[in-house]
Each structure stands twice: as C-alpha cells, then as structure tokens.
Design a protein around this ligand. Structure first.
Ligand code: ARG
Length: 461
C-alpha cells in the first residue's frame, strides 16, 4: 500500500530500507506536545479567517486536545510507516474524527510545521537551561560567600602564581555562567519568530493570519521570508554554540575538581554521594561525576560540529538532510542539562581542605610579586629592578630550601641593603590577598561584596 498522506501518485510501498532511513519518528516523537500546540494555533487561525468551517475546526481542536492528553499520559502509540510525528498526529486525528481531519493541513506544509515545532522545543529547553544555570550560579555564589577569605594558590601555567581566595575562584565561574545565560538569551530572542504559514516554501494563496498564529504560540512576530523560514536551522546552531561554550566552562571546572580531589592536591573532598570506588583498589575515591561532565562536553561540541556540516552544502530551501538536526540537538541539550545538575550537586557537596589550600598557597614563592611591589612602594625602586632583586631573594631562599618569609633580614640585606623589617608584613598569604583590593581583585572584602551582589541578583523573584 502506498503512503496514506502523500501516496496519491505512488502505486507501491517504499522498500523496507527506504522506510528505515527515512523515518524520524523514533526521535522526533518527543516533539509531540509542540506539534499539537502548533496545530491548535493553526486551526484556530483557519477558523478565524473563514478558511475552515467552525464545526470542522471545533472537531479538529477537540481531537488534538485528546491526543495531547494521550501524549502527556504516555498513551500515544506511533508507527514507523507514518515517518514522523507530524504525520502520526494527523493520522491519529483522522482515526478519531474522520475526514474533517484532512482540513488541518490547509495552508501548511511539514516544512513550516517542523521548523515551528523545533523552535518551540528549543525555546522551551533554553528556558529550562536558563533556570538550571541560575541555580548553579546561586550554589557557587553561596559557597563563594562562605569561602570569601579562604586562601588558595592561584595558577598560571598550572604553576603557583599568586595567592587568591577560593571564593574569588568560584565567582569566576559565576561570571562565565552569567555570560552563557546571556548567549542563550540572545539566541532565544533571535529564534522567537514564527515560521508557521511559510507553507512548503513560497507562502500560500489562502488568506491566513500569520500574526495570529505567531502570537498564539508566544512568538514575537512571524518570520519575514518564507524561503528563509523553512531552510534556516541557525536557531539550533546558535543554541548549540552557546551550549558548547557552556559545556566547555563546565568541563574546565570539572577538570579542576578532578585535580583538586587527588591526594596530591588534596584541596577538596567529595562526599560518598559524589564519589565511586574501584573494584580492585580499596583506597580509591574516584570523582566520576566530574570526569563525566568533562567528557560529555565532547558530545555537546560534537552536535554543533555535526549540524554545521549537515547544513553547509544545502541549497535553499528544505532538504531531507535537515531531519538530521534533531538527534544531536536533543542529545546535546539533554546532556548539558544533566551536566548542570551534576555540577550543582558537586558544588553543594564538596568540602575544601582549607589548611591544605593555605599551605599550597604559601609554597612556590607565591608572594614574590608582593615582595617586588613592596620594594617599589617602600624603597622607590623601579618595578623592573624590584623584580630583579626579588628574583635574587627567591634564588637565595630556594637554595636554602626555605620560604621567602624564612629568610632573615640580614640575608635579605645582602641582596638589597635598604630592606627593613617591615617587609615581613607583606610576605604572608593573608596580607597578600587582603591587599588585592583593585576592582575585580581577590581581596576578601571584594569577594564578599561580589558574592552578595550575585546572590541578591539571583534571588528567585
Ligand atoms: N521529518 C521531517 C524533518 O524532520 C519533517 C519535514 C518533512 N518534509 C518533507 N518535505 N519531507 O525534517
């Protein structure tokens, strides 16, 4: 038997392998709620414009609402022979209400339908991701306030550079996730135009009201060009790009957690709730969730790359290649959601070892810059000369295998005779961080103020 929906000019059924490669229902069935929403808006408009009679419109809307209830309840069954969610819903509607169902597809094509459904789905998902990102920011800012004065090493080249505070480090991620939210919001703003009514590609001769369907579906306006409406997938690309950057931020933080949780660093401990054991080595506590957040970033970036490559050679307008937008987009955004939840859990869970962090902050001559700054301030040396003097003092301490603060004043004066005992005040890690009060600096007063500012801005309305 040829296809019920488009089989008019076909005499035989598709080959089994044709059906298998062609069908998208296994993955696009998740667009069921969006598909019904789109159809309800469409039929309401068809009735309002007099294109479909009231009675038929009412039967269609009632049938669609009943299908929506079945989808919600997990009772909606689909068939692969019907290819995709759009034809499955329409066939089910025909089963329920008879021939009137055939009027729903007036002035519409699956091309504008699928573009609308995908935008609705991506938009809903972006809203959910934004809420999750805000929750992660809240968790981070809360812990930042708690550890506003907790000294740890700051790194460049993964070498101890200067002491910073754990709160400051956590707030760095609050900033990154804030920009991720901004990128998702930008993508949402641009995607919020309704393609419904572009029909197959050229528009339609029916007197439709596209502003009405756009408003009913929460879009800002209808899209302006029918060809663009059915061929564009940049709303998905842009969302995946924002998601990829966010996944990379999560991955970097995850990598730090992995590193910090090693016995060698010993900066943080994850509770049993976020650790796993080894089946052979009884001592192990593995940070699997952090490793998976790091690893799953690859899937998100992969989905972006895959869709860019699917789209790059397609002439306008719709080609079936575009059906390949779905699995990657669904998977990537679901993966990001999972990673955000896992990361929020870890942020709440982790216990820093403040002594280990402080000890590490003092090692590796991390206050050498403070010493050089002191030479500039107290003795009036040019910074380059102060840098040189400090380098020699570090050399002296390194030779003796002691810290800078363990050098005696007499030892220091062999390098620079004008140094006074006041220098010892700047050699401690606490003084170091306390002195960094410049805008955006790591001083605990700054961190406390910034954490409070974020917490106030993030408070649920
Ligand atoms: N399942 C299709 C997709 O996801 C729907 C659009 C089909 N359009 C067409 N002209 N065959 O892209």
């Amino acid at each position: 038997m040829s296809n019920k929906m488009w089989g008019g000019r076909f005499s035989t059924a598709p080959a089994a392998i044709m059906e298998e490669i062609n069908a998208s229902i296994e993955f696009d069935k998740r667009l069921g709620p969006q598909d019904v929403r789109g159809s309800l808006a469409h039929v309401d408009m068809l009735v309002a414009t007099g294109i479909v009679a009231d009675a038929d419109g009412a039967a269609i809307a009632d049938g669609l609402r009943a299908i929506a209830a079945d989808i919600d309840a997990g009772r909606f069954t689909v068939s692969r022979a019907l290819e995709d969610i759009h034809m499955n819903v329409e066939a089910e509607l025909a089963q329920r209400i008879g021939p009137a169902a055939g009027r729903l597809h007036t002035a519409r094509s699956r091309n504008d339908q699928v573009a609308t459904d995908m935008r609705l789905w991506v938009r809903d998902t972006v809203d959910a991701l934004d809420a999750q990102l805000a929750a992660l920011q809240r968790a981070l800012a809360g812990r930042a306030l708690e550890f506003a004065a907790a000294v740890m090493p700051g790194f460049t080249h993964l070498q101890s550079a200067q002491p910073v505070t754990l709160g400051h480090h956590l707030l760095a991620y609050v900033e990154m996730f804030g920009r991720d939210r901004g990128r998702l919001a930008d993508a949402r703003r641009r995607m919020n135009e309704c393609p419904l009514g572009a029909a197959a590609l050229a528009g339609t001769s029916f007197p439709i009201d596209r502003a009405r369907t756009a408003a009913a579906l929460g879009f800002d306006r209808p899209t302006a060009n029918s060809l663009d409406s059915v061929s564009d997938r940049d709303f998905a690309l842009e969302t995946l790009a924002a998601a990829s950057i966010c996944a990379v931020h999560l991955s970097r933080f995850a990598e730090e957690i992995v590193l910090w949780a090693t016995p060698q660093f010993g900066f943080v401990r994850l509770s049993d709730a976020f650790s796993t054991g080894s089946s052979i080595m009884p001592q192990k506590r593995n940070p699997d969730a952090a490793e998976l957040v790091r690893g799953k970033a690859g899937r998100v970036v992969g989905a972006l790359t895959a869709l860019l490559i699917v789209m790059k050679g397609l002439p306008l307008t719709y080609s079936k290649d575009m059906q390949e937008d779905k699995e990657g987009t669904f998977d990537a955004l679901h993966t990001l959601s999972l990673c955000l939840a896992a990361m929020t859990g870890m942020v709440d869970d982790l216990t820093p070892d403040l002594d280990a962090m402080r000890r590490a902050a003092g090692s590796g001559y991390a206050t050498a810059t403070d010493l050089a700054d002191w030479l500039v301030r107290a003795l009036g040396l040019p910074f380059r000369e102060a840098h040189h003097v400090t380098g020699r003092l570090v050399g002296l301490a390194a030779e003796a295998r002691i810290g800078l603060e363990d050098l005696t004043l007499a030892q220091m004066q062999t390098v620079e005779p004008r140094i006074t005992a006041a220098v010892f005040e700047v050699l401690g890690v606490d003084r170091s961080v306390e002195s960094r009060t410049s805008h955006g600096g790591t001083a605990p007063v700054n961190v406390t103020r910034e954490a409070r500012r974020w917490l106030a801005a993030l408070a649920p309305a």
